[in-house]
Design a protein around this ligand. Structure first.
Ligand SMILES: [Zn+2]
Length: 439
């Protein structure tokens, strides 16, 4: 499908009123004055992912080798997957097109062993167990229900009886890592639509410019987008970007998507934080107005290259072109950015985020997802919101469930966060989010 054909159909078939894209269930809930919104969650199950993804997500939480307990070190050395360091995991991902059942079985076995070690040596602070529980869930719906059963703030006394609606963000590893997950991307879209029939969710469709080159309804970016957004009863609601998987938001293959998002009031959410998951390529092909150019991603390490791709300044050309585009910078730059801000008194990335949020020509928000686990930052968040009314108005609540689970006790940390920021429950969990979603 050409960009012109896409624009023509999208303009004719997609409404410019975001409310029409809410399922009846989500709409009914959001109309209630006590309804809360966690805008940043993930329910992808192992059929959408690769073994490498899980290892990268768990890697930081495992940290077993660094413990200096000899018995543990020997144990870890014997493990095939969990003894790998990050570059080795990335090499594996690059070399592999598919994971076998045996790969998954081995991963599960080693994670069980890790849980044993954590329990034997009473290592608290990390939470491999809950991450592991997610892997054992049968499907995306079960993972979503796991949120409501164990991690929703409606479990806390201050929020019992509140309704809760979740932004559900997809991830397109199939294109990003050129990897074949068990469940193809189109099937993933369809299953999320099914879930939205019985659960109040706001599904976010993952975009990747490289999909524009693929053909047919199973693979092509524009065809898949139309399938997701033109569904009469259960359409998708927003668009998710993850540039660190190997693209720039300014790639012109995404122009038709952002054009429609701006015209039709479709909110966009981009990853703008942690660097654990990214492309392993050093050079990427970018398409600009004149054609394809090879772009060498600045940075000497994978981490730095991922950081470059995630930089908020990469969004400036997009925002300049599409002033009306609603953009949420997920993770608010990431915890390390805020730590840098505390240590050095400034941070280039955070300064850029604030600049974009304050620009009266743009519509830019930031969400606290993942940082919700970093309680050493909560005082700083409060200080910033206390004195910057303009930033407060565009700040959103989010958890980054389930990706954040291995990093700590999600419900407990949310309680601490919400207690610290008790003056701002309504803006963060409701009124600001409604502005971002529906205005
Ligand atoms: Zn996320």
């Amino acid at each position: 499908m050409t960009p012109e054909q896409f624009l023509e159909r999208a303009r004719a078939e997609i409404s410019d009123d975001p409310k029409t894209r809410l399922t009846l269930l989500a709409k009914t809930m959001m109309e209630q004055p006590d309804c809360l919104i966690d805008i940043h969650t993930h329910i992808f199950d192992k059929k959408c992912l690769s073994v490498g993804y899980i290892l990268l997500r768990m890697a930081k939480a495992l940290g077993l080798k660094a413990l200096g307990i000899e018995a543990v070190e020997t144990e870890v050395d014997r493990m095939e997957l969990l003894s790998k360091d990050e570059p080795e995991i990335y090499d594996d991902i690059a070399a592999k097109e598919e994971d076998t059942d045996e790969d998954w079985a081995l991963l599960e076995k080693e994670l069980e062993k890790t849980i044993d070690i954590h329990e034997t040596y009473e290592l608290f602070g990390f939470n491999v167990k809950d991450g592991y529980k997610v892997l054992r869930k049968k499907n995306m719906m079960e993972i979503l229900d796991f949120y409501h059963e164990e991690f929703s703030i409606t479990k806390l006394p201050a929020f019992t009886n509140h309704k809760m609606v979740l932004g559900i963000l997809q991830m397109d590893l199939e294109t990003g890592w050129d990897f074949k997950p068990k469940r193809g991307f189109r099937q993933q879209v369809r299953e999320i639509k099914e879930i939205s029939k019985t659960r109040a969710i706001l599904p976010y469709f993952a975009v990747d410019p490289r999909r524009a080159e693929k053909n047919g309804p199973d693979e092509n970016l524009y065809e898949l987008f139309l399938e997701a957004f033109t569904d009469k009863d259960n359409p998708f609601f927003g668009v998710k970007c993850y540039p660190a998987l190997g693209y720039l938001p300014s790639d012109v293959r995404l122009d038709p998507i952002f054009q429609i998002c701006a015209e039709k009031n479709i909110p966009v959410l981009t990853h703008c934080g942690g660097e654990a998951v990214s492309t392993f390529e050093k050079k990427i092909m970018v398409k600009n107005e004149t054609g394809y150019v090879q772009f060498e991603i600045p940075g000497d390490t994978r981490d730095l290259r991922a950081r470059y791709l995630n930089e908020p300044h990469n969004w400036e050309p997009v925002l300049k072109k599409y002033n009306n585009l609603k953009l949420n910078l997920g993770h608010f730059g990431g915890g390390s950015t805020w730590k840098e801000y505390v240590k050095d008194g400034s941070s280039a990335r955070l300064d850029k985020i604030f600049e974009l949020m304050r620009n009266p020509n743009y519509r830019v928000w930031g969400d606290f997802s993942y940082s919700i686990i970093e309680d050493d930052l909560f005082d700083l968040f409060k200080q910033v919101l206390d004195v910057n009314d303009d930033i407060l108005k565009q700040s959103l609540y989010g958890t980054d469930f389930w990706v954040v689970l291995p990093a700590g006790d999600l419900l407990k940390k949310q309680e601490i966060f919400l207690d610290k920021l008790k003056d701002y429950h309504d803006p963060l969990l409701r009124s600001n989010v409604l502005d971002y979603l529906l205005k």
